[in-house]
Design a protein around this ligand. Structure first.
Ligand code: HPA
Length: 288
C-alpha cells in the first residue's frame, strides 16, 4: 500500500513537472482554474489557446485512463482570456485501485495553488422533462459510490472532515447560470448521484435514486469534489445529459450513445465553459 508521504511525494513530483510547463506557457502565472473534461467532452481542449501539452505518461505517478473517450493529457493555456489547466481524460473508481487515485489531479492542482475546479461529466437524466443533449449545473450530490477518496491516513494539507454544505460553490454557480442566460442556453440545475459503476443502473435503482432526490446519475466527479473541498479548492460542475436513465424509456443504454450525445452537446458545452471561465477571478476568497 502507498503511504500518505509517498502519495504526497508523487503529487509534488507531478506538480513540479507541470510547473515547468506553466512557466513556459504562462510565465509562471498560476492557472485560475483546473478543468476536468468528462466522457466525450475532451473537445474543450481544442478551445484552449496555444496549449502546452503534457501527456499523462510524462507526469510522475499520474493515473492513466483506460476508457474510450478519455485521451489522457494536461493542457496549459488560456481559455476565455484566463490561464487554465485543462485535463483531458480522468480515471474512474470502476477502473480499480485505491479510491484516492481518481482525485490525484485535484491534489496536484492544490499543490500548484489553483483555486478553482470546473468539472464536467456525462450523466443519465432521471428527472421527468429533462432530455439528452441538455446541460445540468450540479447543485449538490449524493455519494452512493460506497467509498471515499479520503479513506486512509490524512495526505498533505487536507482537512480530515471537510464540510460539504457548499460543495458546489454558490458564486461560481451564479457565474455559470448567468453565462448560460447570456448565451440563451437551457441549463437545468439539480442533484447528481454518483454510482460506482461500471454497469449502468437497473430501472429499480433509478427509481430509488429518484426517490432519494437525484436528478441525474453518473460515475465520476464526486470523489474529486470531496477531495477538492478537503483541500480548500472551490468547485463547480456541469453534467451533459447524454441519455435517459435506465428504465425511463423501455430500451437499453450503451456507452456509444453516451459518446454520440456528448458530441452533439459539445459545442454548447464549450461555449458555456469558456464564457463562464472568462468571468472567474483568481483568489480563493475573492468574490467572483
Ligand atoms: N448512468 C451512469 N453513468 C452515466 C449514465 C447513466 O445513465 N450516462 C452517462 N454516464
Amino acid at each position: 500500500m502507498t503511504g500518505p508521504g509517498e502519495i504526497q511525494a508523487q503529487v509534488e513530483a507531478a506538480a513540479a513537472a507541470l510547473r515547468t510547463r506553466i512557466e513556459t506557457r504562462l510565465g509562471g502565472e498560476t492557472p485560475a482554474v483546473a478543468i476536468a473534461m468528462g466522457s466525450g467532452l475532451g473537445g474543450l481542449g481544442a478551445e484552449i489557446e496555444d496549449p502546452v501539452r503534457a501527456p499523462y505518461e510524462e507526469l510522475p505517478g499520474w493515473p492513466r485512463p483506460t476508457v474510450i473517450g478519455h485521451a489522457g493529457h494536461a493542457l496549459i493555456g488560456t481559455l476565455g482570456g484566463r490561464p487554465v489547466l485543462g485535463l483531458s481524460g480522468r480515471v474512474h473508481l470502476y477502473e480499480g485501485g485505491a479510491p484516492g487515485r481518481v482525485a490525484f489531479y485535484v491534489r496536484v492542482a492544490a499543490v500548484l495553488g489553483i483555486p478553482n475546479l470546473f468539472l464536467s461529466n456525462a450523466a443519465g437524466a432521471i428527472r421527468a422533462g429533462w432530455h439528452p443533449g441538455e446541460l445540468m449545473l450540479v447543485s449538490d450530490h449524493l455519494n452512493l459510490t460506497g467509498t471515499s477518496p479520503l479513506i486512509g491516513p490524512v495526505v498533505g494539507a487536507e482537512n480530515r472532515f471537510p464540510d460539504l454544505t457548499f460543495a458546489y460553490d454558490r458564486d461560481l454557480r451564479t457565474i455559470v447560470r448567468g453565462s448560460a442566460a447570456e448565451l440563451g442556453q437551457t441549463l437545468h440545475e439539480g442533484v447528481y448521484a454518483a454510482m460506482h459503476g461500471p454497469a449502468f443502473e437497473t430501472p429499480a435503482e433509478i427509481r430509488m435514486l429518484r426517490t432519494l432526490g437525484a436528478d441525474a446519475v453518473g460515475m465520476s466527479t464526486v470523489p474529486e469534489v470531496i477531495t477538492a473541498r478537503a483541500l480548500g479548492i472551490r468547485c463547480v460542475a456541469v453534467s451533459c445529459l447524454t441519455n435517459y436513465a435506465a428504465g425511463v424509456l423501455d430500451e437499453p443504454l450503451n456507452h456509444e450513445e453516451v459518446l454520440e450525445t456528448t458530441k452533439l452537446a459539445q459545442a454548447g458545452f464549450q461555449r458555456l465553459v469558456a464564457e463562464s471561465i472568462s468571468k472567474f477571478r483568481y483568489g480563493l476568497f475573492d468574490v467572483p
